[in-house]
Write a protein that binds this ligand. Structure first.
Ligand code: LMR
Length: 401
């Protein structure tokens, strides 16, 4: 019998998800997994948030049907995310120029938006930050786009290189798509200032570029309204753009795949067409989005009591991240008092990149049961009172000069 599938070319697994699996299989009690961006409490557990548990209880008690919701998914959820992400004023201004679809997580939103952008812009390219989240290039390729990198990060100073960023965009052509991250850039933790968002808005207008804002950590950098202040200044000044919104992290709904795609179009006619293309593209791939996580998020955002509980839990997660940043800063400064680690406390959200020696990732994994990608990116949301000292101590000797 012939073996057709043996003709497939060899592939390696996704490095981040592979590391998550390997960390999961490591039974060493001292294990510290700072690889995939998942929050963990002092007990090393990613808990179901209280607000989520209560919303689930109410939904389970009141759910009358499992019938299809339709291609947009839960339209109340879509409206709640429009409000939460854009704010009431911008949402009202956009009116019928705004299209929203529930999606399977932020990834689903990125893919669906790029698939439709590809239909509209067959010669367009996608620009991603160097470095960026590992999956951006992959999703762009899956949608048929060539992905090019813009400068974003200066590894020597561990800071954002805004001038380099703007200079890179002079190589972009009108109609190119530029992926921008909302608060808490993955993997650098270096965000644009409000003034830089405004400057960038002018560059996009001048060069006729289309923004694709990827918002996956809303509320991890600051309280939710403040966290999107800069991105909203930018959005207010764009006539056409996409947003992928993920509820995985801020609602702790990782496995439920709760996300939303927003598309802002020039006018109502373009919005109607865009909506039909989103429906057409997604119909072929997943037909309709999942319902459960979206229903939970909608219940939380639209119920004042649940929202209060959730907001307190989100604040506690953010405080743990900030405390872990301060804790690591303190410990590394004690270990190497001639070096500045101020970038750790200047940066925001789950991730920063540590300047590590070559091969540090493998050594830390084998000798210290510490899991992190070879890039040196670490997830602060997995560091807490019970492991921060051990983590800092494991790093000793692995920091590059
Ligand atoms: C990460 O970058 O660790 C997260 O966004 C998880 C993922 O899907 O890669």
């Amino acid at each position: 019998m012939s073996s057709y599938l043996s003709a497939l070319h060899a592939l390696t697994p996704d490095p981040l998800l592979d590391m998550m699996a390997r960390a999961g299989a490591d039974m060493r009690a001292e294990k510290i997994d700072v690889s995939v961006g998942v929050y963990r409490n002092d007990a090393g557990v990613t808990p179901v948030m209280d607000a989520v548990r209560e919303a689930e209880r109410r939904l389970a008690a009141g759910q009358a049907t499992k019938a299809y919701e339709g291609q947009r998914g839960n339209t109340d959820f879509c409206a709640a995310i429009e409000r939460f992400c854009l704010g009431d004023d911008l949402r009202a201004d956009l009116g019928e120029r705004l299209v929203s679809y529930a999606t399977p997580g932020g990834c689903g939103a990125l893919w669906a938006g790029m698939a439709v952008a590809r239909r509209a812009l067959p010669d367009g390219r996608v620009w991603i930050s160097a470095p960026t989240w590992i999956n951006h290039r992959h999703i762009a390729a899956a949608a048929g786009f060539e992905a090019l990198e813009y400068r974003y990060w200066d590894p020597a100073s561990q800071t954002l290189d805004f001038d380099g960023f703007v200079a890179s965009l002079t190589r972009a052509r009108a109609g190119d798509i530029v992926i921008l991250q909302g608060p808490c850039h993955n993997p650098t933790g270096a965000d644009l200032t409000d003034a830089q968002w405004l400057q960038l808005a002018a560059v996009f207008e001048e060069r006729a570029l289309i923004a694709f804002l990827d918002i996956a950590y809303h509320g991890f950098g600051a309280e939710p309204e403040a966290d999107l202040f800069g991105p909203r200044l930018f959005m207010e000044r764009q006539s056409e753009f996409f947003v992928s919104y993920s509820c995985s992290k801020n609602f702790g709904l990782y496995r439920e795949r709760a996300g939303c795609l927003l598309a802002v179009c020039d006018d109502r006619r373009a919005a109607n067409r865009t909506a039909l293309h989103i429906a057409d593209a997604t119909r072929a791939v997943y037909s309709m989005p999942p319902a459960h996580g979206q229903a939970v998020v909608n219940a939380i955002l639209t119920n004042p009591g649940l929202r209060r509980t959730w907001s307190e839990e989100l604040t506690a997660m953010r405080r743990q991240i900030e405390e872990a940043r301060r804790g690591l800063h303190r410990a590394l400064t004690q270990m190497m008092n001639t070096r500045s680690f101020s970038f750790l406390t200047d940066q925001k959200g789950m991730f920063s990149i540590l300047p590590l020696r070559d091969g540090a990732g493998a050594r830390l994994r084998e000798r210290r049961a510490v899991y992190m990608p070879g890039s040196g990116r670490i997830n602060f949301a997995a560091l807490n009172n019970s492991n921060i000292e051990r983590f800092a101590e494991a790093l000793a000797g692995e920091l590059a000069d």
